[in-house]
Design a protein around this ligand. Structure first.
Ligand code: UD1
Length: 419
């Protein structure tokens, strides 16, 4: 039997929680170390299964990894060779596509199996590949599911327009372009904080990237990169998850070690429904109240409301007074959590790519199953707020993205255990 979480709900969360490093920048930074061909010290790495898997994947191609404390790793990619990691690794993780950009820049060739990851519906990588082609790479696909990118005479800087402001495509093109000859401009680039974190890491390694965080990124190619010591930014989605959990349980939680600017869309939505949010320099305190209102949410690329906070907010809005609607603008199929929340007494219908949520007074414990990482976080929040005991299965999804979830929640007063 797989691991499960057992949560006895109805206890408000109180206290402080320290937020870990950002998963979605830690992953490209880990794969990005390959482009340096040198030794990098990465600090504030979250201790989650996706990070372990990413580190094992780069070890498969010759990197060596040594932890000097739980959140700091020294990654040496000097002996990395141009080879593809075993399919069983890449099929588990979408971020493994970042190896394409990193290896293509360094070796002029890269080969990776078609990536896996959380199943949120179709997740193509056509824009990553189109970007590489614009820089002069030739892409071929094998029947066994391998993608090969080749640029025997090196990559050449160019103007890359992204049809969608894709996080993955922006990072991958940036990674390949840092070692291209000449200047690359990415237009309609994603603006997420992880893009900025990744650009800062690459610049610390000698890259010349400007404009990260805006929709136009300019990359002046350099001959080679070098190692660096880099501290990752805090995880805005982990922070948002604890903020929503505080509201849903009518508790009071201070999320610490964060960048409040990254949390603006989440803080605004909480305030909009009547939940007080106090912003300090590097922390935010959320105080849950009875009788908060429903609202409308549309997920959009940053600085819009993050799709990765959609399921958690639905759990909160399930307990609001009134009707809410959550429109999913990034992953139209991201509603697999809905039947599970409804098992707990929520009243949610999925209509035309949106969740129509009729608020209920209480949720009750049930046996539910996580279908992906953030769906799992949504069920944890619902369970913490519900009357009675909830058992959540398939929690390996939750382990992909939340460091010490059980310990952090216990510290805040939750009755939660892993069995
Ligand atoms: C990243 C995050 C993920 C988050 C998502 C959106 C990581 C490891 N994962 O995923 O947690 O939910 O950003 O904020 O950072 N698309 C294409 N073609 C492409 C690439 C993307 O059509 O080549 C589409 C996708 O199907 C999706 C949209 O563009 O509808 C956005 O995807 P993207 O921003 O690339 O997300 P990821 O990088 O996969």
């Amino acid at each position: 039997m797989d691991n499960r979480l057992i949560i006895r709900g109805g206890r408000p969360l109180y206290g402080d929680v320290k937020i870990s490093g950002m998963k979605n920048s830690a992953l490209p930074v880990i794969f990005g170390t390959i482009a340096t061909g040198d030794v990098c010290t990465i600090k504030n790495l979250p201790d989650i299964s996706d990070i372990s898997l990413a580190l094992e994947t780069i070890e498969m191609v010759g990197a060596s990894v040594r932890f000097i404390d739980t959140s700091t790793a020294i990654i040496d990619t000097r002996k990395v060779m141009m080879k593809s990691p075993p399919l069983e690794y890449v099929s588990k993780m979408r971020a493994s596509t970042y190896m394409l950009g990193a290896m293509l820049g360094r070796f002029g060739r890269a080969e990776v199996g078609y990536p896996g990851g959380c199943d949120l519906g179709a997740r193509p990588i056509n824009l990553h590949l189109k970007g590489f082609e614009t820089l002069g790479a030739r892409i071929t696909y094998s029947t066994s599911g391998m993608i090969t990118c080749e640029a025997p005479i090196g990559l050449k800087g160019n103007f890359v327009y992204l049809d969608i402001a894709s996080v993955g495509a922006t990072i991958n093109v940036m990674l390949a372009a840092v070692l291209a000859e000449g200047t690359t401009v990415i237009e309609n680039a994603a603006r997420e904080p992880h893009i900025v974190d990744m650009a800062c890491f690459l610049n610390a390694c000698g890259a010349k990237i400007s404009g990260a965080g805006t929709s136009m990124i300019r990359i002046r190619g350099v001959e080679s990169l070098h190692g660096c010591t880099y501290e990752l930014a805090p995880d805005m989605i982990e922070a948002g998850t604890y903020m929503v959990a505080a509201a849903a349980t009518r508790g009071r939680v201070c999320v610490k070690n964060i960048i409040p600017k990254h949390m603006e869309s989440v803080s605004t939505k909480l305030r909009e429904i009547g939940i007080p949010v106090e912003v300090q320099d590097d922390s935010i305190t959320v105080t849950g109240l009875e009788g908060f209102r429903g609202t409308e949410i549309r997920t959009n690329p940053y600085p819009g409301f993050p799709t990765d906070m959609h399921p958690q907010f639905s759990a909160l809005l399930a307990l609001s007074r009134g009707v809410s609607r959550v429109f999913e603008g990034i992953y139209p199929e991201r509603f697999r959590y809905v039947p599970e929340l409804n098992k707990m007494g929520a009243n949610i219908e999925v209509i035309d790519g949106s969740a129509l949520i009729n608020g209920v007074e209480t949720l009750h414990g049930a046996e539910v199953k996580a279908s992906d990482l953030r769906a799992g976080a949504c069920l944890v929040i619902a369970a913490l707020a519900a009357d009675g005991v909830t058992t959540i299965s398939s929690i390996e999804y939750i382990d992909r993205g939340y460091e010490d979830l059980v310990e952090k929640l216990k510290f805040l007063g939750a009755d939660i255990k892993r069995v």
